[in-house]
Each structure stands twice: as structure tokens, then as C-alpha cells.
Design a protein around this ligand. Structure first.
Ligand code: OAD
Length: 229
């Protein structure tokens, strides 16, 4: 079976990575327009670099949870063709062992040079304006897709949705497009659709089936069923 899995912040919540829209989420403590738009970066680059530097540094203190591990197990088991499309900018899918992962909103561990357009793996801070490894310019910014910017890999994602037998959405509120629209596309292309989330979302009615509970529990249970055949 060809499976496209869309993940959001909820899959990393039990690893200790904050979600965006919860009462104690990232967007409660920050104004989106200040830290997640190109205009915010132009106005106050230090605040934006500090925000992502802190989140990048925090990554080394967290680890994949059973939901990430279950998805890697599903891929490794080999009976199904599994593509993980993630809105997350952490690297927990990769650390759990998933190989086919698309980061549609960019990655904390990548820096993008505005001078030469190069992208470089980056695990240190950017606040101190380090030189670009490609061209030496000090114009590196977080390789994160901000509001008003175009997400990565949309063509490849759409092709995968066209071929998919099953579309599974895990831990995402469905508040941000285009990801929130994938369930409609998948359905229109003929895939079965499944939502796995802590609680019902605004989009729950769009899915053929929904199961609610913590990802660390419901994802391994679902993968267990699939692997057992
Ligand atoms: P949200 O914070 O909007 O939604 C997280 C979802 O995860 C909610 O529906 C929660 O109910 C659910 N959730 C929380 N804990 C969970 C758990 N333990 N198990 C399962 N589900 C759980 O985060 P996203 O939907 O990922 O974009 O947000 C989408 C995009 O909005 C992000 O990629 C980011 C943000 O603005 C950019 O920065 C471009």
C-alpha cells in the first residue's frame, strides 16, 4: 500500500517540543508576525535569530517518542511505501529512523544564505552572524518557511497524494494551508483518509476515519494493526 503521512507539532509534543496553538504553545508567547514572517526578520533580525537559535539548541535535549519510532518501523518493515510529509522543523523523524521525509516548512538544522542561495546543515547559533560556508557572506537565516513564503516540495507531495492508497494526518490542527488541504486532495484522488490526533480538529469531518488520543499511543497501535496485516 502507498501511504502518505502528514505530521504536525502534535507528534513531537510528547518528546517535549511545544506545539503552536496550545494555551502554552509557541504562538502564545510570541507574535507570529514578529518571528515567522520575512517582514519580522527585516525589522528585528536579532529577535528572530534568537528565537530559532533557542529552538535549535533545544533539539539536542529532546528525543523521538514512540509515535516517531512506529512510523520508522512501518517504513523499515517494507510491506508499504511510506512517505512522511512533515510540517515540523525538528529532526525527530530522521532520528527515529525514517528515511523518506519531506520537511515542507523547512528545518531548524539548516541555514539558508540570502547572498548565494545555498543551504547548509547547521547546528549552532546564527545570532552571531557566522560566515556562509559557501560564499563567506554573513547573510545566513533560518531555513524555515515563514508566513507569506512558499512551502517546499509541494509538487512532489501532490504527486505522492495522487498515487496514495491511504493518507494519514497525525498531530496537526489543520489550521495552516496548504497542508490543511491535503486531506481534500487525497480524498479527491481516491485515497482513504485517517486522522490521528489528541482531540477532534476543525477538519475531522473531512476524514473517512478519526482516532483520538496521544500520538505516542494511537500511532503505535495503528502501525501495529497494519504490520499485523
Ligand atoms: P498546532 O499547534 O496548530 O496543532 C497541534 C495539534 O496537535 C493540535 O490539534 C493538538 O490537539 C494536537 N496534539 C497536541 N498534543 C498531541 C499529542 N500528544 N498527540 C497527538 N496530537 C497532539 O501545530 P501544527 O498543526 O503542526 O508553520 O501547526 C501547523 C503549522 O503552523 C506549523 O508547521 C507552523 C505553524 O505556524 C510554520 O511555522 C510555517
Amino acid at each position: 500500500m502507498k501511504i502518505v503521512v502528514l505530521t504536525g507539532a502534535g507528534i513531537s509534543a510528547e518528546s517535549g517540543v511545544p506545539t503552536f496553538r496550545a494555551a502554552d504553545g509557541l504562538w502564545e508567547g510570541h507574535r507570529v508576525e514578529d518571528v515567522a514572517t520575512p517582514e519580522g526578520f527585516e525589522r528585528d533580525p536579532e529577535t528572530v535569530q534568537r528565537f530559532y537559535d533557542d529552538r535549535r539548541a533545544h533539539l539536542s535535549t529532546v528525543a523521538p517518542n514512540p509515535a516517531h519510532v512506529a512510523l520508522a518501523r512501518l517504513e523499515a518493515q517494507g510491506d508499504h511505501d511510506v512517505l512522511v510529509v512533515t510540517q515540523n522543523v525538528d529532526d525527530l523523524h530522521e532520528r527515529a529512523g525514517s528515511h523518506d521525509v519531506l520537511h515542507m516548512h523547512g528545518e531548524l538544522l539548516s541555514a539558508w544564505c540570502l547572498a548565494c542561495d545555498g543551504r547548509f546543515r547547521w547546528d549552532g547559533p546564527l545570532l552571531d552572524r557566522p560566515a556562509c560556508p559557501g560564499c563567506g557572506d554573513q547573510g545566513l537565516r533560518p531555513d524555515i518557511v515563514w508566513f507569506g513564503e512558499y512551502p517546499y516540495e509541494l509538487d512532489r507531495i501532490d504527486e505522492a497524494l495522487q498515487r496514495a492508497d491511504l493518507f494519514v494526518s497525525i498531530g496537526t490542527s489543520g489550521a495552516v494551508y496548504p497542508a490543511a488541504g491535503f486531506v481534500r486532495s487525497a480524498h479527491a484522488y481516491g485515497a482513504r483518509t485517517l486522522e490521528l490526533n489528541l482531540e477532534p480538529t476543525n477538519g475531522t469531518d473531512l476524514f473517512d476515519e478519526a482516532r483520538h488520543g496521544p500520538a505516542g499511543t494511537v500511532v503505535p497501535a495503528w502501525v501495529g494493526e497494519l504490520v499485523a496485516g
